[in-house]
Design a protein around this ligand. Structure first.
Ligand code: HEM
Length: 460
């Protein structure tokens, strides 16, 4: 049957249908383009955010690794710097002995990071094509072979006095100076290129910029602990008997500022003081306030250490395969484990995770202004992944972990313990002797049986 020729009505309907179809298509295309543009915009925004969070901003990719200038020592020479560090070491020795008197065990322990938990660690280097061949040195070398490794998580405090005071077991006042504590991580890798120690805290830039500033903080905290020991009764602490300034210091960060300023004034070397006493006084108060702000600020963990990032803060040198010396810092970023409710006891919370995983990144020196070596500053340069690290935290309080804890407790980390081609720079260089002295002064130290070093201190 042949098709009937369209009459006028059908023809009109066909034309109208076509017009409508085109109109609808145009509308849909316009909407799709609108949505596409929106997505593009959001994508660009998100990409910029991620770039800035991970790599320090869009400009970071342009900051390529460059060789570093020679070291600039405090006081102008290596000898002057060493002499300044000897003064700090003396103060740390005093604090170490006084802290032991307050400790339930009476043992001379670490001046900082006294309380910690160690776990076996699996360290898996990754092949990252973005890292230039000449910078693949030490733990940046994807061919690095790690024979054994452990990780020790710690609280930065130098005391082990405990936190519970009230009958209900709740802390009635902050006994430890101010707010929550800074936390640390000490990783030791026994590798085919030597022993590598990695120490980091959960602050991207530490709240102290110089060694004497941390010593001042330790001194102020010790003063509060000594005052508390004086007012201890069987029922807890009789806080009404505390001197006013100590009560204020224990209550909140603001009250802590004058106590810290006093210690800063006592421990700032004369050559680093302002020439005018008024300027010096105002400068010290301001610096104390700034330190307290940086300590209780965003760096503090609000949850388990398993969910916390750790940062070297200070840099290292790297002997490039091209014969030049480069600078770098490292960071450990958690691969987020299942949330564990915050209990305030971050070390115990670790045990609630079968394992905790971190991605290990490095970022390189570019120039003295954006990526200074001798001062502490947040570097905006690109981060490059070099490894995955997995801590076996599920074994908390098992005989296996107790044995590792005992061995690692005797050990001391040191920024001088590095795989071939890596050396401490800036503040890390200044830490070397301080850590060596501190380790040697400890009770029950380094009697052997310790993982990898069997003797502690610095690998020579
Ligand atoms: C970037 C800066 C720093 C970081 C990342 C850092 C991190 C750490 C970590 C993680 C530990 C624990 C090591 C362990 O578990 O054995 C530690 C211990 C210690 N830190 Fe620091 N720290 C820094 C700067 C300083 C400075 C400037 C001083 C001195 C004023 C200092 C004094 C100490 C002392 C005395 C110990 C105990 C050492 C021992 O006896 O084993 N730290 N630090």
């Amino acid at each position: 049957m042949s098709a009937k020729p369209p009459n006028a009505v059908t023809s009109r309907i066909q034309t109208r249908t076509q017009q409508l179809e085109e109109h609808v298509k145009e509308k849909i295309d316009a909407r799709v383009n609108q949505v596409k543009a929106g997505i593009h915009e959001v994508h660009g925004h998100v990409a910029a955010q991620v770039d800035s969070l991970l790599h320090g901003g869009p400009q970071a990719s342009k900051l390529t690794p460059r060789p570093v200038p020679p070291p600039q020592y405090l006081g102008g020479t290596q000898e002057a710097e060493q002499s300044l560090m000897r003064q700090v070491s003396k103060e740390l020795a005093r604090q170490q002995v006084e802290l032991a008197k307050l400790s339930p065990t009476q043992q001379v322990g670490r001046t900082f990071h006294r309380v910690g938990q160690a776990f076996p660690l699996e360290w898996k280097p990754v092949e990252n094509p973005a890292i230039p061949e000449h910078l693949r040195v030490g733990f940046l070398d994807p061919k690095l072979q790690v024979k054994h490794a452990f990780v020790r998580f710690s609280r930065a405090r130098g005391d082990d006095v405990g936190t519970k005071t009230g009958k209900d077991g709740r802390p009635t006042i902050n006994q430890h100076g101010i707010g929550s504590d800074l936390n640390g991580i000490f990783i030791r890798l026994d590798t085919d290129q030597g022993v590598q120690d990695l120490t980091a805290t959960n602050a991207k830039v530490p709240f102290f910029h110089q060694a004497h500033e941390l010593a001042a903080f330790g001194g102020a905290t010790l003063t509060t602990l000594e005052a508390l020991a004086q007012v201890k009764t069987d029922a807890g602490y009789d806080l009404t008997k505390l001197p006013k300034d100590i009560h204020a210091a224990l209550k909140d960060g603001l009250g802590y500022v004058p106590l810290l300023a006093k210690e800063l004034d006592r421990l700032t070397p004369p050559e680093m003081k302002a020439p005018n006493p008024v300027q010096q006084k105002v400068g010290t108060e301001l610096r104390a306030a700034e330190m307290v702000k940086d300590l209780i600020g965003p760096a503090l963990p609000k949850h388990s250490l398993a969910e916390t990032g750790f940062f070297s803060g200070a840099p290292f040198y790297l002997e490039g395969k091209d014969g030049n010396t480069y600078g770098f810092k490292f960071a450990l970023r958690p691969v987020l484990p299942k949330g564990v409710p915050c209990t305030g006891d971050v070390l115990e919370e670790l045990g609630k995770h079968e394992k905790v995983q971190y991605e290990v990144y490095v970022q390189f020196y570019h120039d003295d202004e954006t990526t200074p070596i001798e001062e502490l500053k947040d570097w905006p340069t690109m981060e490059f992944k070099v490894a995955d690290a997995v801590g076996n935290t599920g074994i908390l309080h098992t005989p296996e972990q107790d044995a590792l804890n005992k061995a690692v407790d005797k050990e001391g980390a040191n920024p001088a313990n590095n795989a071939k081609g890596i050396a401490p720079a800036g503040l890390n260089r200044r830490r070397v002797e301080l850590y060596k002295d501190d380790t040697v002064r400890r009770d029950g130290k380094i009697k052997g049986g310790c993982p990898f070093l069997n003797g502690g201190g610095v690998v020579s």
